[in-house]
Design a protein around this ligand. Sequence first.
Ligand code: HEM
Length: 416
Amino acid sequence: MTDKPAQRTAPELFTWEFATDPYPAYAWLREHSPVHRTTLPSGVEAWLVTRYADAKQALADQRLSKNPAHHDEPAHAKGKTGIPGERKAELMTHLLNIDPPDHTRLRRLVSKAFTPRRVAEFAPRVQELTDQLIDRFATEGEADLIHDFAFPLPIYAICDLLGVPREDQDDFRDWAGMMIRHGGGPRGGVARSVKKMRGYLAELIHRKRNDPGDDLISGLIRASDHGEHLTENEAAAMAFILLFAGFETTVNLIGNGTYALLTHPEQRERLQRSLAPGADEPGLLETGIEELLRYDGPVELATWRFATEPLTVGGQDIAAGDPVLVVLAAADRDPARFDEPDTLDLSRRDNQHLGYGHGIHYCLGAPLARLEGQTALATLLTRLPDLRLAGDPADLRWRGGLIMRGLRTLPVEFTP
Ligand code: HEM
């Protein structure tokens, strides 16, 4: 057998094959064009940063702004690029679209309400939600794990945490479903769903101001720092970003993670053994979730950054106004940082992956995501021990979005 000749030109990005398995293309970029200029499907020209060291540096570089106002965009493309902040809705002034000092102030306030302790106290509810969802299909012998499990769990969890009454949570599930299905597609339905969510949240915040509880929205309203509070608009934008940032990401952690386990039987059996009482590898669930995030994480590309002045990343000059996209999925498979990066090893040590980002925008919801990911996967494997893929993995379809990586469906079978 001869080796395939090395590919000389850059691979085609954003095709169907690429959406299915982007890792070979990223390996080529890391090696031959580590800071790579490309035209995105929206027509925007942007730099892709693919090496771990460059990615980490770029994520922490404050000259790369999150504010879309810094985008040097041709007039004809205004509003058509899919860069979120361009739609100047109030809800778009949130943590992922702003820089210090505004970012510092808002992040400090939200951190006072969205604490690791609040998340830890939420663990029994996440377990209960997980069990209820599995109960609904456990006797069927088959399920679509995206539709029946990975999709509803995070939306109900965040609604509960925020304090959205149970009777209204199915509305959120429907609005979120519209956003996830049509995220990169027709705008009409999505815009309507965003508007409804926004109206609902504004009203809920108003109600909680008069009648506070011990939920996160009441905590956001109460949070104060040196006498400063969030305005109602800021609290609504914060609730919205928590929903938005914490929803599809967690769907994909559960979806991509389960898929990786079902296609790596040895690792899956190892994890399953470790969940039994008296197991010889305790702690494998915790390291395992981190490894699943590194190996095939939910956030393929970090959200937009824009150069505020000319700068150099990985030896490449970048002009002021240029968009820069840090490819977390490529950085997390960089052989210069990880031994055997294409191997899934649930007990991997020294696993400082960039799946939750890095620097001041590091994921605020990481403790919640870990809790949901660990509870979901452990419960699935314990309650449905012979869980397996139904059908040929080659038939699975991945969503072709720019930022996120996730499956459209994940059909499985098991003994009821
Ligand atoms: C930021 C990943 C779940 C809330 C981020 C960033 C990443 C990320 C990569 C940084 C983006 C950038 O720098 O451009 C993930 C992954 C998750 C997850 C992989 C699930 C496995 C959640 C959850 C919540 C959340 C459950 C909240 C309920 C946020 C917020 C930010 C953020 C608010 C913005 C922080 C800031 O700008 O200061 N997340 N996330 N995330 N995440 Fe997550």
